[in-house]
Design a protein around this ligand. Structure first.
Ligand code: ADP
Ligand code: MG
Ligand code: MG
Length: 894
């Protein structure tokens, strides 16, 4: 039988699957001797059993009793005892951190009798009643499902009545009244009294924490963060320690380094005489750690030691939650802390310099997604800007948008295509929807550890917090600042690094990291306004350089033009993995395709093709010149020809009009007939790729000749062009063989005429399941394969990408058929199996076969790791994603 309960002394940090992140790390801290209040963890397995059966497993109740009794014996106190009660916190904690998404109940075990005991033991009547009212409030909201606004409203009411500035000004008697009021609310709302029995409270709280796994907001968060829905949460049951025992007590949150900038040195917020979420809820303004030092030097020193200990132990930036009870420090939580993209790079290299980690580890501490955030533009410092206010930059970025004040406005305006900035006094988990669609978040309260800051950083959304000059009046639909009144719809701009808030639109420029990527280290450093920026550019350079050194896979770019090719090269591309030649037939060149389609007889067709030859040759000269010395894979024309012809309806209208007016429209009529003739029910599976090449004589030949002549021309100019000819949509070896024979003839002929040997690689795309499954045969005719994973995904799933994404992917994501669009991240189980089959099959015939991938997946981090493991030689992606692919290919290799 599964063991459902682990005491903290039984767990460790590697048991996150079973104990959740919080439980595993509580156990770890306990193990390394840090002061953690005693307790135990109910496993995620128990939660899954609960979800399956729809009720708490009876054996869990028994295990909880055993663990509770042990804890009571160790502490010499009993849950809810009348004289010296043991009180509990009941805390959620899943494998992956979901900040604030699930529930925690504090002060469990208090009732009408034990509140007296608590007062006696602590000698603090006010504290006892404050704890009791907190219990009823939290329990009422999270366990009994009562609208939290009712309690908050009653609290506000009481404060007004006795003219209290903040909740700490309420006296013991006030709080006692409030408890009575809260109990009345519970009775009114549920028809039952607030449960007085401590064990019943505990059992109900445990069940509520299990249930909190499946709240709407938790599901939404998981979908966004790609966390599976079936993991469940662990429940940590822990002895309470009290930060609300007067001025020598308090509670806080701290980071071992600054999580928003990566600046080395501790960072944190502390609130005296407070409990639980008071710090992050922004109900009172917090103190800094430096201020804590002047208040209580001893606890401060202990806290510093504990943080140093944790950094050494985890060898990474950690964040912690702590409480000081009458001068005694307790640690309530730690984890490897979330951080901004910039902080991730800086911290990784700092840790290398402090000899805590190696460079190999450093590259695994950052991600391609983080790098891509650093490439986003930032506000132009030279532009004319009107500063509204300056507060704390909590999550970097440059966001411009319309002010919205709640979820509904945020959704409405963003659905209408507007960029929005969510402006709130403070945020809480109910604001998640609005935060998700917003380009930026601005709050008037709270610090870098507030809910808004933590969640925005997690989502990579720009955030500025604690803008105290801002008066957010939701009722009046107004934001007042510095004598001005702003309203929903007014445009503001947020700089998440500096904390500046501007009125109106502000132009953006390349970030220093982007300048570094495209023009080198000096250019990157030149653009830096601050030392922190310089440190960041240097960190990115060190990490990318190391990734380049260790990666096995090469990174090429998809580039159709010389200009794209140059851009890709600047960013470190080692060649072109895909040049789509159809792009060269768009615009003015459409008419040549029309000539070709309308040509009657062989002569006319050859004449039409001859018109195209010089144009194509020049396209390739330009591209190959830009990519001089680097492999350049040119794909022969792929889409159905009718994609180049005018729209059927437009043509029909034209023809009808001409007929009406009795005007001649011979050409249009012919085109119309051709479009009709070529119309396909299902063009994606129709006459395209190699099929088209075999069907329309001379088309592929033209392109191959253009490639050959361009190569000759450049060689004669002393250059080193390296084209590779790629045939699309091959399903059978025979298709490739026919094209290859034709190509070799042309290459030989052009080469002979120029007195040179044109020994260009000829290969094909693997983008049909049949190609992957017969790869051993196809390899007989191919010098290389390039996996076209876009089409391979379409043909494997039988999805038409353009049709299905909007139609039902949302449902599929919701009901768990998909965890992410297979067009974004390679479906490893299905499409990936075909990639592996293709690679293995191809190399069984041709061990040296060169293997690559082109298409969106070539720039997707998770997919890149898959391709590395499948043994591919290179990935090809859009020029913009080249640095990301370089980093991820490096990470895959360590
Ligand atoms: P979350 O996952 O939302 O951070 P936690 O389980 O960490 O929720 O609980 C929220 C807060 O409750 C903590 O930050 C801490 O201040 C308080 N808390 C939790 N457990 C205890 C405890 N044993 N004693 C005192 N305060 C606690
Ligand atoms: Mg916490
Ligand atoms: Mg394709």
């Amino acid at each position: 039988m599964a063991k459902f309960v682990y005491r903290f002394s039984e767990g460790n940090k590697d048991l996150k699957d079973l104990l959740g992140g919080k439980g595993a790390n509580l156990a770890e801290m306990n193990k390394i001797g840090l002061p953690v209040p005693p307790g135990f963890t109910i496993t995620t397995e128990a939660c899954r059993a609960y979800m399956r059966r729809g009720l708490v497993p009876p054996e869990l109740r028994v295990e909880v009793t055993t663990a509770m009794r042990r804890m009571e014996d160790e502490m010499g106190r009993q849950l809810g005892n009348f004289h010296d009660p043991l009180l509990l916190s009941v805390r959620s904690g899943a494998k992956f951190s979901m900040p604030g998404m699930m529930d925690t109940v504090l002060n469990v075990g208090l009732n009408d009798a034990s509140v007296q005991g608590l007062a006696e033991f602590s000698g603090d009547l006010r504290f006892a009643w404050d704890s009791y009212r907190r219990l009823i409030q939290m329990f009422g909201k999270t366990v009994l499902g009562i609208d939290g606004g009712l309690f908050a409203g009653a609290l506000e009411e009481k404060k007004k009545e006795v003219r209290a500035e903040s909740d700490v000004d309420l006296s013991a008697d006030d709080l006692k009244d409030l408890v009575a009021e809260f109990k009345r609310i519970v009775r009114d709302q549920t028809g039952e009294d607030f449960p007085q029995h401590p064990r019943q409270q505990l059992d109900m709280a445990i069940e509520a924490v299990f249930d909190s796994w499946n709240t709407e907001r938790a599901r939404l968060y998981r979908r966004r963060e790609r966390i599976p829905n079936d993991l469940g949460t662990a429940v940590n049951v822990q002895a309470m320690v009290f930060g609300n025992l007067g001025e020598t007590s308090g509670t806080g949150v701290a980071f071992t380094r600054d999580p928003s900038t990566g600046h080395s040195g501790v960072y944190g917020d502390y609130l005296p005489n407070a409990q639980g979420e008071d710090v992050v809820a922004g109900i009172r303004n917090t103190l800094t750690l430096a201020e804590l030092e002047t208040l209580d030097a001893k606890s401060y020193d202990e806290l510093m030691q504990a943080m140093r200990r944790l950094e050494t132990h985890y060898r990474d930036l950690c964040d912690i939650e702590f409480t000081i009870e009458r001068g005694k420090l307790w640690l309530l939580q730690t984890r490897v802390g979330k951080r901004t993209a910039g902080a991730a790079f800086r911290v990784a290299t700092q840790l290398v310099d402090e000899n805590l980690i190696t460079m190999d580890e450093a590259i695994s501490r950052v991600t391609g997604a983080q790098l891509s955030q650093l490439l986003f533009p930032q506000f132009d410092g030279q532009a004319d800007r009107k500063l509204l206010t300056k507060a704390m930059g909590a999550s970097p970025g440059a966001a411009v948008g319309e002010i919205v004040l709640d979820n509904a406005q945020a959704l409405e305006r963003s659905n209408a295509g507007a960029n929005v900035i969510l402006v709130r006094r403070e945020t809480n988990p109910d604001d998640l929807q609005g935060m998700m669609v917003a380009a930026g978040v601005l709050t008037s309260r709270g610090g870098k550890t507030s809910h808004a800051a933590v969640v925005a950083r997690g989502m990579g959304t720009t955030a500025v917090v604690g803008a105290e000059e801002l008066d957010v009046e939701v009722a009046a639909q107004e934001v007042r600042v510095d004598g001005q009144v702003l309203r929903p719809g007014d445009v503001i701009a947020l700089d998440g690094s500096t904390g500046e808030v501007f009125l109106g639109d502000v132009p953006v420029v390349d970030s220093p990291v982007m300048r570094y990527i495209s023009a080198g280290l000096d250019a990157g450093l030149d653009g830096c306004e601050t030392e922190a920026m310089r440190e960041l550019v240097l960190a990115v350079d060190r990490i990318l350089t190391h990734a380049d050194r260790v990666r096995r896979m090469q990174v090429r770019a998809n580039a159709d033009t010389a200009e794209d090719g140059r851009r890709a090269r600047e960013r470190g591309a080692q060649g072109v993995g895909l040049c789509r030649t159809e792009h060269q037939f768009l615009g003015d060149r459409r008419e040549y395709i029309e000539h070709l389609v309308l040509a009657e007889g062989e002569q006319a067709r050859e004449a039409a093709l001859a018109e195209l030859l010089p144009l194509q040759r020049q396209d390739f000269v330009d591209l190959l010149e830009a990519m001089d010395g680097l492999p350049t894979t040119i794909r022969l024309i792929d889409p159905p020809l009718h994609e180049f012809l005018p729209d059927l309806t437009d043509l029909a209208v034209k023809v009808a009009l001409a007929r009406d007016k009795g005007e001649p429209a011979e050409r249009e009529e012919k085109l119309l007939a051709a479009v009709h003739r070529m119309h396909e029910q299902n063009p994606m599976l129709g006459l395209r790729g190699v099929r088209l090449g075999l069907k329309v004589p001379g088309l592929f030949a033209l392109q191959i000749r253009a490639i050959a002549e361009a190569t000759v021309q450049l060689r004669q100019a002393g250059k080193d062009p390296r084209p590779e000819i790629m045939v699309p949509l091959v399903g059978s070896v025979r298709e490739l063989q026919i094209v290859r024979e034709e190509a070799e003839d042309i290459l030989a002929e052009v080469g002979r005429a120029a007195g040179t040997v044109l020994d260009l690689p000829i290969g094909c795309m693997i983008e049909l399941p049949r190609a992957a499954l017969t790869a051993h045969r196809i390899a007989e005719e191919a010098d290389f394969f390039s996996f076209g994973t876009n089409d391979l995904t379409q043909t494997t799933w039988g999805f038409s990408r353009d049709d299905v994404e909007g139609a039902f992917f949302a449902d599929y994501l919701e009901n768990g058929v998909l965890t992410i669009s297979p067009f974004e991240t390679l479906d490893a189980d299905g499409v990936g199996a075909l990639v592996v089959a293709g690679a293995t099959g191809g190399r069984s015939t041709e061990p040296q076969l060169h293997l690559g991938v082109c298409g969106e997946h070539g720039g997707d981090p998770e997919s890149i790791h898959f391709f590395h493991n499948a043994g591919l030689d290179y990935v090809s992606c859009s020029p913009f994603r080249v640095p990301i692919a370089r980093l991820e290919a490096g990470r895959a290799a360590v």
